[in-house]
Design a protein. Structure first.
Length: 343
């Protein structure tokens, strides 16, 4: 049977071969024109015009261009000013094996970077508390182990003329006391950083890690001194609780003073704690201490603040005899005192 002759046209958009008279391209929907026919019956094409298997790219090749039966290959839309694919030599797409190793390398790079940073932080070699990842990724906050430095003092006060003064030691086993620091010392430099005020000191000590040793420059009795401080972990410090819970109890001196009783010894650069009152028949009274005495030393330890006097008296052994150095009427006296026991 002879094939029926049919007038055909090519779609201006996709190049598909179409029957003349259609209003829209059946392949891409391009509007061909108004046309004269509302309906065109299905036409049969010559089988000899059908593509052979050799002309059809294998379906398993992901990079082979798709061929629509009876139509020219659809070219991708090119950006304005770009070289058309028809005007440049065809290049074979890179095999998938090229892309996969690159992706793995990129992921492995970030994985190893994360592992290295974690190991450096855990080993104490990275002092930063915030490590930001680049390329728009969210910041990862790495917690630095805390020290007990913030709690080892009753408070850090901004000193006149700059620096931060230790108001008093807050308990035994502190890194401050191990470094030879006492209440009344004014820290002006720590870990190589100049301390302007109490807030600056608190920021600096928050960056120190447990076990880290840092140099400290401080002022005591108008004399500049230096020492080395080794921080201890926060969980190892319990304040005055070990003294309260010990079997022997706390020692008592039975004197009255408050935090405002830090005074300067006349005609000197030394500060001490002035006694507001001495309890009658108490250990201090029986030993000969009097109201108005300025205590500057307790059992061989310098005393410059009320916080330190409170700590020294509480940490002493009950019923033991300690030497207390006082200044009375401009004279320095050493008075042995047998401490009492808190009931």
């Amino acid at each position: 049977m002879q094939a029926e002759n049919t007038d055909t046209v090519n779609c201006p958009s996709c190049g598909a071969t179409l029957i003349a008279g259609l209003r829209f391209c059946r392949m891409c929907g391009y509007r061909l024109g108004e046309g004269v026919e509302e309906y065109v019956a299905t036409q049969r094409f010559d089988p000899s015009s059908m593509p052979t298997a050799a002309q059809t790219p294998p379906a398993t090749d992901p990079f082979a261009p798709r061929q629509t039966w009876g139509a020219a290959p659809i070219q991708p839309i090119q950006p304005f000013g770009a070289t058309s694919a028809l005007n440049r030599p065809q290049e074979a797409p890179p095999p998938a094996s090229w892309l996969k190793p690159c992706s793995n390398r990129r992921g492995s790079w970030w994985l190893w970077l994360t592992i290295i940073v974690v190991l450096l932080v855990a080993g104490g070699m990275v002092p930063l508390t915030l490590i930001s990842r680049s390329r728009g990724r969210a910041a990862t906050q790495v917690a630095v182990p805390a020290t007990s430095l913030m709690a080892e003092a009753d408070e850090y006060d901004t000193a006149d003329g700059g620096g931060a003064m230790i108001r008093g030691l807050a308990g035994p086993g502190t890194s401050l006391e191990a470094a030879g620091l006492i209440g009344g010392d004014i820290i002006i430099n720590i870990a190589g950083k100049s301390v302007r005020d109490a807030e600056a000191l608190k920021r600096f000590i928050a960056e120190i890690r447990p076990g880290q040793s840092v140099p400290v420059t401080f002022i005591r009795d108008a004399e500049t001194r230096q020492t080395t401080l080794t921080a201890v972990p926060a969980e190892g410090f319990r304040g005055m609780e070990p003294i309260r819970q010990r079997p022997g109890g706390r020692a008592v001196l039975n004197v009255d003073f408050d935090d405002g009783d830090r005074v300067r010894v006349p005609n000197s650069n030394i500060y001490g704690v002035e006694l507001d009152d001495v309890d009658r028949n108490g250990p201090a009274d029986l030993a000969g201490l009097e109201k108005g005495d300025i205590i500057v030393e307790f059992d061989g330890k310098p005393v410059r603040t009320a916080g330190d006097l409170r700590y020294r008296a509480g940490a002493a052994t009950p019923n033991s005899v300690v030497n207390i150095v006082v200044v009375r009427d401009g004279q320095q006296l050493t008075i042995p005192v047998k401490l009492g026991r808190q009931r």
